[in-house]
Design a binder for this molecule. Sequence first.
Ligand code: ZN
Length: 359
Amino acid sequence: MDLVQLSRNVPELIEIDRLAGDLPRGVRVRILDSVIHHGVELPIHCFEAGPEDPEAPVFLLTGGIHGLERIGTHVIIGYMKTLFSHMAWDDTQHELFKKARLIIVPLVNPAGMLLRTRSNGRGVDLMRNAPVEAAHDSWLPLVGGHRLGPFMMWYRGAGADEGALEKEAQALENLVREQLFPAKAALSLDVHSGFGTVDRIWFPYAKSRDPMPSLAEVYQFNTLLDRTYPNHIYKVEPQSLNYTTHGDLWDYFYDQQRASKERGGVYLPLALELGSWLWVKKNPRQLLSMLGAFNPVIRHRYQRILRRHLALLDFMSRAVAGHREWSRVTSKERNEINDKAQDRWFSGHGAAMSPIVAK
Ligand SMILES: [Zn+2]
């Protein structure tokens, strides 16, 4: 495969490479790892801005873990263009990066995007690949992750039991361990599409319907988002309210961070699940293509989606810089906040059903 074919099949990678070649002051780039597909090396780029001190608060933004869900990578590339433009002329943007670090991996699974598959080049669903067993069964057992083989979606991979992660997942783990574990406060946002009619912000667990230990911090984070953007569009909820899965990478990173000696502070791994059913509802013909179920097809809708999440991504960077607003919960406050969070998210309203599962 030559560059012309590559640019036709995965133009996102060309676009990312172009951004990497024209960085504004204060942005660093490196290649986390590469996957080889048909003799072509496909790099996983990582962009960083802000202090290199590993304890500095940090926001990690990732996309393209599922190769079919191109729109997530497009949203991130669009955000990078706006951010990089700000950095070229706007000193206030640089002020923010004196306090907090931003890390962006716009395309975690380049082979999947090239092949137009959910899984990676070896047929493994990276979001089912971690050594995590769900405590509660998924109502759709195969969707929750299986070991039957790479011929079917949601395959967990041969090494999932022993913790031998796929290359892309391992690259992400190394990054999260090194950059997020020691941080005073850390947020990550992993962009997906394909579920529901509204845009959701999901927090752990995917493996269990029990609340995560940092429930109070999530509640505080949600309160800060509501207060800062009273008319925001996001539905914040635990993923398990919708479905449970085995092998979720973010569940794994979250538990590992909590158990780690290098742990700096609170870490909340969030996912942005773009509500693609609305695009399908307004343009049912797009269901005819597999990509159409996960990505907006009509131009004006596509542009609207690229604009729609800029404020959230900006908010996330600011929310790590000002993490005291949500990351500090005293033991006295914790019980009270946990009660409110239980009422909001765990009081027994039923799970949504889904024929297409995204994250
Ligand atoms: Zn996904």
